[in-house]
Design a protein around this ligand. Structure first.
Ligand code: GLV
Ligand code: MG
Length: 313
């Protein structure tokens, strides 16, 4: 290992993240009772400009009235972008009136590390002023060409101690890049392969280099579970820990794809045991089921076991 080591900033189970418009209290109630690991209450793109103020009030009420923790949920609020006049009021009102109930703030359309810094500074001040007992984390959506061009700098967290995850927002990314999209997050048959591969891959590497979680964003065609599963699997293979659900039917699909299968967990535990036995005999490598395993195999196996244990906890 390099002497420079960024440990995971924060670990949370985030297999499925349900997007829930703050303008719809009924949907918020249902989200709280869903099987999603994470719920983000949206003030941004799912809320029409005329509904923004009411959505803020709904979200503050829902954060205070619902016991999200008891329902096994991590709860996040997606604020409006820094290029809008809604953003400061989103942070001030939500943090002042319900900051003690909030796990994270999701910042959309992050383009530079300074976008995160601004929210960080505001959250720091409000947390101090209100003497909040908890530390609200930050998550950033990488969904513009600028954000992707700066993704390593954003992930590096030079100006923040709260940033814990990056999300790939494929819809806005397509718009920003002028990519030819058939369905949000789906594949365009004109492209021979996966047109999102390079972007997700780059974001995942940036996240892992600097200890952040990597989360894949939306898949728009909720009438096609098969295509959702394919998209989630592509993200999981690259190292994402979870994916958004923009419809309740996608929650179970994400939970399934991002949970290591029992056979994989079993094999991981056997790898760890076989290498412990080899180490006791002074050997660094061993063979298991006819394949060579070594210290790198153990690191991969530990990842699988950690995820399985966190899900079971
Ligand atoms: C999410 O916000 C996206 O733009 O995909
Ligand atoms: Mg977006």
């Amino acid at each position: 290992m390099s002497h420079t080591l960024y440990k995971p900033v924060a670990t949370r189970v985030q297999r499925s993240e349900l997007a829930c418009p703050g303008s719809n209290p009924t949907m918020i109630d249902k989200a709280a009772d869903s099987a999603a690991d994470y719920v983000f209450l949206d003030l941004e793109d799912a809320v029409a400009p005329g509904d923004k103020e009411q959505a803020r009030k709904n979200i503050i009420q829902a954060l205070n009235d619902i016991d999200w923790k008891a329902k096994g949920k991590t709860v996040s609020v997606r604020i409006n972008g820094l290029d809008t006049h809604y953003m400061y009021r989103d942070v001030v009102d939500v943090m002042e009136q319900a900051g003690d109930k909030l796990d994270t703030i999701l910042i959309p359309k992050v383009g530079t590390p300074h976008d995160v810094y601004m929210v960080e500074a505001m959250v720091n001040q409000i947390e101090q002023a209100k003497k909040l007992p908890n530390t609200v984390g930050l998550e950033a959506l990488i969904e513009t060409a600028l954000g992707m061009a700066n993704v390593e700098e954003i992930a590096r967290q030079q100006y923040t101690r709260r940033l814990e995850a990056l999300h790939f927002g494929v819809a806005d990314f397509s718009a920003s890049r002028r990519s030819r999209t058939v369905v949000i997050g789906g594949l365009n048959p004109d492209y021979p392969g996966d047109q999102w591969h390079a972007a997700i891959d780059r974001m995942v590497t940036a996240c892992r280099a600097f200890g952040l979680r990597a989360i894949d964003g939306p898949f728009g065609d909720f009438s096609s579970p098969d295509d959702y599963i394919k998209s989630a699997k592509r993200a999981a293979v690259l190292g994402c820990e979870g994916k958004w659900a923009i419809h309740p039917s996608q929650i179970a699909l994400a939970n399934d794809v991002f949970s290591p299968p029992p056979a994989e967990v079993d094999r991981a535990r056997r790898i760890i045991a076989a290498l412990a036995e080899a180490a006791a005999q002074g050997k660094g490598a061993a063979s298991l089921d006819g394949r060579m395993i070594d210290a790198a195999s153990e690191r991969m196996a530990q990842n699988v076991v950690q995820v399985a244990d966190a899900i079971a906890a």
